[in-house]
Design a binder for this molecule. Structure first.
Ligand code: SF4
Length: 193
């Protein structure tokens, strides 16, 4: 068993004491999906159950199970699962450095979710069940239709798909005005954290 601390948190930690201070990598295992890849198990040492519905409502394509007390989602090409007991798993990683980067991303998101809960409480079952599906077709209607590739994707529709999956941010398109960015944020994330 190996232990490695992920790095310091985001600026949010400077404003409110972060709930998750670190994610320790407790296991490094072969990835079942690809021979040359690894998967890791991390542990935050914190109970996370109250944050999972927030993550579910924030990320457009996340799945949430109250029974298994977990939320799962894709980030880049990694399947990430966060468990209420404090454990985080991530797959399809090229090395430990990438694992640290991904776990830091999750840690920052959990801390933003903790800020949300401190302000609004844990989302009600009604709110959880009212999350709409995000449609790439609807998102594409707001994009500039230049197909210039400057966002790293060759077409606007391809970028819309990535936005709908929660893998890109509206700010990655340099041709979007502030109002369009705001509108996309509103459509992509059912709640903002
Ligand atoms: S940078 Fe913007 S305009 Fe260009 S392809 Fe990407 S989404 Fe379309």
């Amino acid at each position: 068993m190996t232990h490695e601390k992920t790095g310091k948190g985001s600026f949010i930690n400077l404003l409110i004491p972060p709930k998750v201070k670190e994610v320790r990598i407790t296991e490094v295992l072969p990835c079942l999906a690809a021979e040359d890849r690894i998967r890791v198990v991390g542990n935050t040492g914190e109970k996370l159950s109250d944050l999972l519905p927030v993550i579910y409502l924030y990320l457009p394509q996340a799945t949430y199970s109250r029974e298994s007390d977990s939320v799962s989602f894709m980030f880049e090409e990694h399947l990430i699962t966060i468990f209420g007991e404090g454990k985080i798993t991530a797959t399809n990683l090229k090395d430990r450095g990438e694992a640290v980067r991904i776990l830091n991303y999750v840690k920052d998101m959990l801390n933003r979710a903790a800020v949300y809960v401190s302000r609004h409480g844990t989302p009600s079952p009604e709110l959880i069940s009212s999350k709409p599906k995000v449609s790439p077709i609807e998102i594409n209607k707001i994009l500039p239709k230049k197909d210039c590739g400057e966002c790293g994707v060759s077409t606007c529709y391809g970028f819309a798909v990535k936005l709908a999956l929660g893998e890109s941010k509206p700010s990655e398109c340099p041709h979007l005005g502030a109002n369009s960015q705001k509108e996309l944020q509103r459509r992509i994330h059912f709640i903002q954290i």
